[in-house]
Design a binder for this molecule. Structure first.
Ligand code: RFL
Ligand code: PHB
Length: 389
C-alpha cells in the first residue's frame, strides 16, 4: 500500500491531522492499536482552547461541538479559606469551552468514516523504517497478517506509550521528565455540576477539581496517593473526601450519585526534543505530557497538529519546506510555555509529601498574590485560554 502521510495512532492528534490533510487532498492512513470503542471509552480532557475549536472548524467537524459545548468565561480558585474568581473574558477577551475529548474523538471518527478515510484498527508491531531517508515505510500486522505502507512522511501520534518516539535514536533524542508524588482519582457521574464554572481547590487534605461535561454529567477529581487503586475508593468515600476539599458553600450543595467511570492517572511533566527526525514528526502525547492541572494536554496536541498540517500543506502545494523544517522549533516553543503553566499550577494547588511549614507559607503567598493582583490574574488567564499559535 502507498499513502502520502502514514499516521501512527488514532487518538485525537492522529484523527485531527488525518481529517485536516484529507480536506486538502492529501492522502493518509491511520494505524490504531486498539478498537474504536476502546479509544472512545477513555474519559480524558474536558476543556478546549479557542485554537482547538478553530482547528475543529477548519477540519469541518465543529457542527455538534458548536451546538453542544459550553463557553466558560472564568474559573473559581480556592485555597483553604481563600476563594476568588479569575475572569478570562474580562482579562483576555477570550474564553475556553467545555466539550469532552470523547465527543471530539467521536466527531472525528464520524467525519473520517463519512469521507472514506482509512483507519486500520487492532494493529500490532507498528514499526517505522527509514525515517531519516527519502523513502520511509511503515510495517504492521493485523490478525497475524503482515502489511507494509510506503509513504512520504510519518506522523507519530501514538501517545506517551507509542512506538514513534522510540524510533528516534537515543543519540539524537533528549528527554526531560518530572514525576509528581501523587495522582488524580477521577469520577464521572450523571449528576448536575456543582457550579457553572470549574473549581480548582487546594486544601490541607490535597487538591480537588470540580469539572463537568454537560448539565447532567459531572467530572470530579481528587489528588490521591500513587499506591491507591480505583477499587480502593467506594463512591461514598470519594464524595466524602471531595466535600472536605472544596469550599463549604459548594460541598453543601454538591449532588452525588453513582460513579459511571472511576480511574487514576499519575501526574507527569515530560518533553522530548527534537520533535522531528528526518521524515518522522512527533505530535501530542507522543512528544510531551503535562500534569492535567492546567488543562493543556489535548490543547498542546492541537497546536502541534496546526504547525504540522500547515507545514505539510505548504510542502505539497508549493514544494517549500520551511514549515516542516521549523516544525520542531515552533511546536516546542509553545509546549515549554504550557509545561511551565501546568507545572506551576500543579505546584500552587497540590499538597506535596515533603512540604514543610515554610513551603506551605510560600504556596499561600503565591495564591494571595494571584488573588490580589490583576496582572498576575491576567498572566494566569492568558495561559489558561491558550497562548497564540
Ligand atoms: P492519545 O489520546 O494517547 O492517543 C494515542 C493513540 O495511539 C494509540 N497507540 C498506538 N497505535 C498504533 N501503534 C502503537 N504502537 C500505538 N501505541 C499507542 C493509542 O491506542 C491511542 O489511541 O494521544 P493524543 O492523540 O496525542 O492525544 C492527547 C490527549 O489524549 C491528552 O493530551 C489529553 O487527554 C490530556 N488531558 C487533558 N488535556 C486537555 O487539553 N484538557 C484537559 O482538560 C485534559 N484533562 C487529560 C485530562 C488527561 C488525563 N489523563 C487520564 C491522562 C484529564 C486526565 C485525567
Ligand atoms: C476535565 O474536565 O476532565 C478537566 C478539566 C480541567 C482540567 C483537567 C481535567 O484542568
Amino acid at each position: 500500500m502507498r499513502t502520502q502521510v502514514a499516521i501512527s495512532g488514532g487518538g485525537p492528534s492522529g484523527l485531527l491531522l488525518s481529517q485536516l490533510l484529507h480536506r486538502k487532498g492529501i492522502d493518509t492512513v491511520v494505524l490504531e492499536r486498539k478498537t474504536k470503542d476502546y479509544v472512545l471509552g477513555r474519559i480524558r480532557a474536558g476543556i478546549l482552547e479557542v485554537g482547538f475549536v478553530n482547528l475543529m472548524r477548519e477540519a469541518g467537524v465543529a457542527d455538534r461541538m458548536d451546538k453542544e459545548c459550553f463557553a466558560h468565561d472564568g474559573t473559581v480558585i480556592s485555597f483553604g479559606e481563600t476563594q476568588f474568581n479569575i475572569d478570562f473574558k474580562e482579562l483576555t477577551g477570550s474564553n475556553v469551552v467545555v466539550y469532552g475529548q470523547t465527543e471530539v474523538t467521536r466527531d472525528l471518527y464520524e467525519a473520517r468514516e463519512a469521507m472514506g478515510g482509512q483507519i486500520v484498527f487492532n494493529t500490532e508491531n507498528v514499526t517505522i523504517h527509514g525515517a531519516d531517508s527519502d523513502a520511509p515505510h511503515v510495517t504492521y500486522s493485523v490478525d497475524g497478517t503482515d502489511h507494509r505502507i510506503d509513504c512520504d512522511y510519518v506522523a507519530g501520534c501514538d501517545g506517551f506509550h507509542g512506538i514513534s518516539r522510540q524510533t528516534i535514536p537515543l543519540s539524537i533524542r533528549k528527554e526531560y521528565e518530572k514525576l509528581y508524588p501523587f495522582g488524580w482519582l477521577g469520577v464521572l457521574s450523571e449528576t448536575p455540576p456543582v457550579n457553572d464554572e470549574l473549581i480548582y481547590s487546594g486544601s490541607e487534605r490535597g487538591f480537588a477539581l470540580c469539572s463537568m461535561r454537560n448539565e447532567n454529567l459531572s467530572r470530579y477529581y481528587i489528588q490521591c496517593s500513587l499506591s491507591d487503586a480505583p477499587e480502593d475508593w467506594t463512591d461514598d468515600a470519594f464524595w466524602a473526601e471531595l466535600k472536605r476539599r472544596i469550599p463549604a458553600e459548594y460541598a453543601d450543595k454538591l449532588v452525588t450519585g453513582p460513579s459511571i467511570e472511576k480511574s487514576i492517572a499519575p501526574l507527569r511533566s515530560f518533553v522530548t526534543e527534537p520533535m522531528r527526525w528526518g521524515r518522522l514528526f512527533l505530535c501530542g502525547d507522543a512528544a510531551h505530557i503535562v500534569p492535567p492541572t492546567g488543562a493543556k494536554g489535548l490543547n498542546t496536541a492541537a497546536s502541534d497538529i496546526h504547525y504540522l498540517y500547515n507545514g505539510l500543506v505548504q510542502m505539497y502545494e508549493t514544494g517549500k519546506s520551511d514549515g516542516i523544517d521549523q516544525y520542531s522549533e515552533k511546536a516546542l516553543a509553545r509546549i515549554w510555555k504550557a509545561e511551565r503553566f501546568s507545572w506551576s499550577t500543579t505546584n500552587l494547588l497540590h499538597r506535596f509529601p515533603d512540604q514543610n511549614a515554610f513551603d506551605l507559607k510560600m504556596q499561600k503567598a503565591d495564591v494571595d498574590f494571584l488573588r490580589g493582583n490583576r496582572e498576575a490574574q491576567s498572566v494566569f488567564a492568558q495561559n489558561y485560554v491558550g497562548l497564540p499559535y
